[in-house]
Write a protein that binds this ligand. Sequence first.
Ligand code: OAD
Length: 247
Amino acid sequence: MTTPIPAEALRAVADAGHIVVLTGAGISAESGIPTFRDAIDGFWSQYDPRDLATPEAFARDPELVTRWYDMRRGMCAAASPNAGHQALVHLQQQVTARGGRFTLLTQNIDGLHQRAGSTEVVELHGSILRWRCATCAAHPQDLPMPLPSFPASCACGGHLRPGVVWFGEALPESALEAAVEAAAACDLFMSVGTSAVVYPAAGLIDLANDRGVATMEVNRDPTPLTGRVSWALTGCAGEVLPRLVTP
Ligand code: OAD
């Protein structure tokens, strides 16, 4: 179900001087990439994140963890950006053209915002496209798809790991700093396609809410944010975002 968009919400998007958008797995769902917490096809309905997305899991079973991330790397490479990603490219262009500021924060590791054309994307949870050695931190270039072995080895003898943030790891410092600064300065914060349960990303909207500036959610389903935003727009990101942003 897609709800009508109130005129004030459209005006807020059209007039804001600094828009921050925080995206989650929901925006890439229409590109065919499964979310994490959807009951039927979400990754965490089939797998325990403790077995796949923690440093302990990688230390215990690097083959399993590497295979899973390499499978997802292939999935991301095969996917294409959708109308939701494209609407955010238009929004960035429009806000910038009117002399405003636009900050795109994403928890996604799939690179689809950049492939759609968004620039200066702040990747809070890293990227599945960039891997590094878990021992010497070297960044291998032109990784073959799929990897030649599981786990794949670095020249130093260490194992390669995906450049993503695992549960129990800190977010990249510069990305978190940029996100906090933007959320504390914006006059419209939009939360798109995220269940808003994984911190610190889920707490960023409070830096806008606490200042009383406009906040908006675009999500197919209710989340803990739904009752706490100025406008909660129900529907798929690929349908709602293009209606918010007329090219
Ligand atoms: P989740 O899977 O937790 O949430 C996805 C949200 O998108 C849910 O609220 C869905 O209802 C909604 N949704 C699904 N399809 C949608 C669509 N087409 N349009 C709009 N909304 C849709 O994903 P995230 O919130 O991104 O971290 O998860 C946050 C973090 O938890 C991820 O970055 C990942 C995960 O575990 C790590 O792996 C560290």
